[in-house]
Ligand binder design. Structure first.
Ligand SMILES: CC(C)(COP(=O)(O)OP(=O)(O)OC[C@H]1O[C@@H](n2cnc3c(N)ncnc32)[C@H](O)[C@@H]1OP(=O)(O)O)[C@@H](O)C(=O)NCCC(=O)NCCS
Length: 175
């Protein structure tokens, strides 16, 4: 599968047709995908979080880090598979941390993030690993998504973000 090799232009121009629910394919990616991950990250977070290609490359190089890209079928626009979302997580022993998750704004609310997160949860269940993540207190969309997949709030980290916003610490346990 070649979707991680697409250009930033393709990501931006592969707009869905109204309420199109895409067929989603997930692809494990490595350092070679740092550029496309930075494009998707910038688009999803509206440029507000400083995760450029270099920063993402450094994260991907850390031990235990895994990244997945979600691609949709853009063949109706002559584009083949087009990357529209990503998830990056890190595993140490029996614990995993979701470091980042994002979907291009044009493709949000079509189940792309749920598909990426469900994949990570499935892997954690198989490995009997507990997952953690921090999410901005104001991020109702993400909080709703994580709740759907069984994550629960276990703590609040006061002034966790540079701008002073609190974070919810969420946990998913294999039971
Ligand atoms: C949060 C985010 C990843 C969700 O991606 P997505 O592909 O649109 O999510 P999905 O379509 O899979 O939605 C799954 C569930 O999440 C919740 N959700 C997603 N977007 C939502 C929104 N805008 N408002 C309220 N709930 C929302 C809903 O519970 C939704 O289920 P439903 O559609 O059956 O109601 C996406 O909005 C995004 O990239 N945001 C910016 C980056 C970010 O906040 N990342 C998470 C940081 S921890």
């Amino acid at each position: 599968m070649d979707c991680q090799r697409k250009t930033a232009h393709m990501v931006q121009s592969a707009r869905p047709i109204r309420s199109e629910m895409p067929a989603i394919e997930l692809s494990a990616v490595g350092l070679e995908a740092a550029r496309i991950l930075s494009v998707l990250h910038h688009a999803a977070f509206l440029g507000r979080e400083p995760w450029d290609k270099t920063a993402i490359g450094q994260i991907l190089a850390l031990q235990g880090v895994e990244a997945w890209v979600a691609c949709v079928d853009g063949s109706s626009r002559g584009q083949g598979m087009v990357p529209v979302g990503f998830i990056i997580s890190r595993y140490v022993m029996d614990e995993g941390e979701i470091l980042s998750l994002g979907v291009h704004p044009d493709w949000q609310r079509r189940g792309v993030a749920r598909s990426l997160l469900a994949h990570v949860v499935k892997r954690a269940r198989q490995d009997r690993a507990t997952l953690f993540l921090e999410v901005r207190f104001s991020n109702e969309a993400a909080f709703g998504l994580y709740g759907q997949l069984g994550f629960q709030q276990v703590a609040v980290r006061r002034r966790y973000y540079e701008d002073g916003e609190d974070a919810r610490l969420l946990r998913w346990s294999p039971g």
